[in-house]
Design a protein around this ligand. Structure first.
Ligand code: NAP
Length: 479
């Protein structure tokens, strides 16, 4: 169940939040009595529109309760007698009391990290035979996430392992996949770090229909918080009627890749910055294209082996070819193509253009990286400071310049009407690079098309299906 965690100072505000959570798709609400100015729950219990979990989190367990322990237990007892469905009692200060018909949640929190002895703690907590056993620990890296997911799988009683912090997001979404009974979510301000909103869990992830057969995919990178891939893939899975989800996995250390893969029982992953190059060495098999490019953006589990490919290259090439064709051209063979950048995207695009017979020139802020890339593909280099003098009919921005900022890496006065401009950046849809190219009369191709093209190819590798046409049109309009 999705539990909206509510920490508000007055009963009226708590009741409003409970109702808001119900409308957004929550199944229950956790009321933090320690956040109430006066810890009287009568009005809240009488007017509730969702089943309630009542807790009074003490300051030594990360909460705001500073009155006495006796008063704290009295509040929980009164809540249980007043009809609360659950009371949450901290294991570290567990006291038995008359809980009426309320079910017991025994909880344990660590806001600083993921300690090594959680199995022992879980077993001790289980001896109290609670209805729900809750362990919440801060995940400080992908390795902690993997450990907490494994703990969830082998909890000795029905329960919830909460991985706090943004490394923990996959478990907050996929709790049911690994045997968890509930996840906490926010309405308004999150009450714990890394908490997602009720609306996101209920709508984007549709978590209540996740079960132990749900196929799990991930977008892995660092940073990864703003990736649009989960939104795109989850819509596609839903429209195709597939029991599958994609989650964001913040992978801080590529060395933990296989550990995280195993814990989450992944079927496939979309790999993003900064891991596209280093991931290659962690795989069992890599196709020829990805091997030659030196970068993998798609990983699939095939008969127990991890196989990698690169869908950036064909997707970018398709966009560029389309723009050339709109200008009456027939492919890129023989054309001079200037590629700005020498990172993962630039490598894929420069390699693809070269394979198609274009004459590739690489320019990069860090000249040495341009030299290495040009040498690898058999192209030329141009100094970053000399872009204004470049002669090329295809100009590609494969840097991150222009992402969420109105700047262009290419001099405005250098655009010519005969040129074809392609930008890998897709936020915003029309970058300054593309706007200035279009204003000069050049043909433009946006990074949105490449994004859709590479995502479509990934979907085919993941589940053997195409992005539904209607969804492509909607994404084209909304991305
Ligand atoms: P990356 O490996 O980190 O490479 C970044 C590139 O941008 C490097 O060449 C870097 O130059 C250059 N750069 C960064 N800041 C710069 C600045 N202020 N001035 C000049 N050059 C600068 O990243 P990536 O994976 O290649 O991704 C690059 C962009 O492509 C990102 O915005 C990403 O979102 C986008 N992308 C889009 C798609 C799509 O489907 N549309 C697919 C993949 C990537 P230095 O070497 O000098 O640092």
């Amino acid at each position: 169940m999705i539990v909206a965690s509510i920490a508000e100072p007055t009963p009226a505000r708590v009741r409003d939040r409970i109702e808001e959570a119900r409308r957004q798709g929550a199944d229950a609400a956790e009321v933090r009595a320690d956040a109430l100015t006066t810890p009287d729950l009568t009005e809240i219990l009488a007017g509730r529109t969702l089943p309630l979990i009542v807790t009074a989190r003490p300051s030594w367990e990360g909460g705001r309760w500073t009155r006495s322990e006796d008063e704290r237990i009295a509040v929980l007892r009164e809540a249980a007698r007043g009809g609360a469905e659950y009371v949450d009692v901290e294991f570290k200060a567990y006291k038995d009391f008359d809980r009426g018909r309320a079910s017991l949640i025994v909880s344990w929190h660590d806001f600083k990290g993921t300690p090594p002895n959680l199995d022992v703690i879980a077993r001790k907590m289980a001896s109290l035979e609670p209805a729900i056993l809750k362990i919440a620990a801060r995940a400080d890296g992908a390795a902690d996430l993997a450990r907490l997911v494994e703990l969830q799988k082998r909890l000795p009683r029905p329960g919830a392992v909460v991985a706090m912090g943004d490394f923990g997001e996959p478990l907050r979404v996929l709790y049911r996949r690994y045997g968890g009974v509930l996840t906490y979510a926010s309405v308004g301000e999150p009450t714990a770090s890394g908490q997602l909103s009720v609306a996101e869990l209920a709508q984007t992830y549709d978590v209540k229909s996740i079960d132990d057969a749900t196929e799990v995919y991930a977008v892995m990178g660092d940073p990864v918080a703003h990736s649009k891939s989960p939104w795109v893939f989850n819509r596609a899975f839903r429209e195709l009627g597939l029991n599958a989800r994609m989650v964001r996995v913040r992978l801080d250390d590529v060395g933990r890749f296989r550990e995280v893969w195993a814990a989450l029982e992944l079927k496939g992953a979309s790999v993003t910055i900064p891991h596209k190059e280093l991931i290659l060495e962690r795989l069992d098999d890599v196709d020829d294209t990805a091997r030659k490019i030196g970068a993998v953006n798609t990983v699939v589990a095939r008969e127990g082996r991890l196989w990698g490919t690169n869908t950036d290259a064909p997707a970018a090439l398709e966009s560029i070819r389309g723009a050339v064709a709109r200008r009456g051209g027939r492919g890129v063979r023989g054309l001079r193509a200037l590629v700005l950048g020498a990172g993962g995207a630039a490598r894929a695009i420069a390699w693809a253009l070269k394979e198609e017979g274009a004459h590739v020139i690489v320019a990069n802020r860090t000249g040495e990286r341009a030299r290495v890339l040009a040498e690898a593909i058999g192209g030329e280099t141009l100094q970053w400071e000399r872009l204004a003098g470049a002669r090329a009919s295809i100009i590609v921005n494969a840097t991150s310049v222009g992402m969420n900022a109105d700047v262009s890496p290419y001099p405005k006065e250098s655009w010519r009407a005969e040129a074809v401009a392609f930008d890998v950046v897709y936020t915003p849809r029309e970058t300054r690079f593309l706007r200035e190219a279009r204003e000069a009369g050049a043909e433009v191709a946006s990074g949105v098309e490449m994004f859709l093209g590479q995502a479509g190819r990934q979907l085919r590798h993941f589940v053997g299906r195409d992005l539904p046409d209607g969804l492509v049109e909607e994404l084209r309009a909304r991305l």
